[in-house]
Design a binder for this molecule. Structure first.
Ligand code: TXA
Ligand code: MG
Length: 317
């Protein structure tokens, strides 16, 4: 079986919504990365996500909603969470909130935790699909476990084409990095840096937001040390081209680079190009050849880019 590739028009979206309603897996574009969607209320459908991704554990999933108003049906949204939701939804922000006992979500979605991760994506195709489906859609990134997140429909087909019912092709994802995840302890905690810069969150709340403690019991695929990994070994902080390596540049002055994330040093452009560039260099690399990445400034979206790069470079388990 190979996945249907659906256009993001009325017919394609109606088909995608019908497949979701029938408990099938449908990948769809969001502004961050492509998600692998399933009806979040259907245990079988959610279980299929883990099977298709080859995920070793039942890690909790993000539930995608068409609009912020739907959040109150599934979670308790108040205080700082409510402020962040009204400032940044729709957008690249996921909030981990107390789960309502009567939410009606499959327990697999939250992996048995008393919390649920919610997000309202800011992408016209995601919004149209969620509206057409009319229910909560659980969706991790639409890649095999441990590999690079997909930012184009072709990436989804490459990794999961024989394991899912369909992908809605909405072109390249404009942000290109997964959402920023914030939880509450009860003080706000950064669980994963991502497409919404931490600085914007701190400005909105008028306070610093601490990163998650390294010994936190919550385990997550995005938090495993080796993740987002290409097959080729990855080296970081390569300010000059290392002999024999494929050099991934950033900014001007990277003339010998095989590719440049942004020749003008624009972190937004670099984020949008990151996963695509890693895939392309991985495809070009000879056996054993390294990908060496130029230094990326560690502020704004650079924080999330460096987080993903450190995982790509981490020792493989
Ligand atoms: O941009 C994104 O966030 C993409 C698109 C498709 O929306 N989705 C995504 O999902 O990156 P995934 O499954 O690859 O990452 C979900 C993250 C995991 O690190 C997971 O542990 C965390 O969300 N998460 C989900 N529910 C949680 C919970 N109840 N408590 C703590 N972390 C949670
Ligand atoms: Mg992922």
């Amino acid at each position: 079986m190979s996945a249907e590739i659906l256009k993001p028009d009325a017919g394609g979206l109606a088909r995608a919504a019908a497949l979701l309603g029938a408990g099938q897996l449908v990948a769809f574009p969001t502004e961050t990365v492509y998600g692998l969607g399933a009806d979040a209320r259907n245990d079988h459908a959610v279980a299929r996500i883990f099977e298709a991704k080859g995920r070793p554990h039942f890690n909790p999933l993000i539930v995608h909603l068409a609009d912020a108003a739907a959040a109150a049906r599934f979670a308790v949204l108040d205080g700082a969470g409510e402020r962040l939701a009204s400032a940044f939804w729709p957008g690249a922000l996921t909030l981990v909130l107390p789960l309502r006992p009567d939410a009606g979500l499959s327990p697999l979605v939250s992996a048995g935790l008393p919390t649920v991760a919610l997000r309202v994506p800011d992408h016209p195709v995601a919004h149209a699909l969620l509206t057409a489906f009319g229910g909560p859609v659980a969706a991790p990134s639409a890649n095999r476990s441990g590999s690079i997140s997909p930012t184009r429909a072709a990436h989804v087909i490459e990794g999961l084409g024989d394991r899912i019912a369909a992908v809605v092709d909405g072109g390249a994802c404009p942000v290109g990095l997964e959402s920023t995840i914030v939880g509450f302890d009860p003080a706000p905690v950064l669980l994963r840096p991502g497409g919404l810069p931490l600085e914007a969150i701190e400005d909105c709340l008028g306070r610093r937001v601490a990163p998650r403690r390294a010994d936190d019991a919550i385990t997550a695929p995005g938090q495993l040390s080796s993740h987002y990994a290409p097959d080729a070994p990855v080296a970081l902080e390569a300010a000059t081209p290392p002999p024999g390596a494929l050099w991934l540049g950033f900014g001007s002055g990277c003339d010998g680079a095989a590719l440049n994330l942004s020749s003008t040093g624009d972190l937004v452009e670099a984020a949008a190009n990151l996963f695509h560039a890693l895939r392309e260099l991985d495809a070009r690399a000879e056996p054993g050849q390294r990908i060496a990445v130029a230094p990326i400034p560690d502020h704004g979206l650079g924080r999330a880019i460096n987080d993903r790069l450190r995982r790509a470079a981490a020792p493989r388990g």
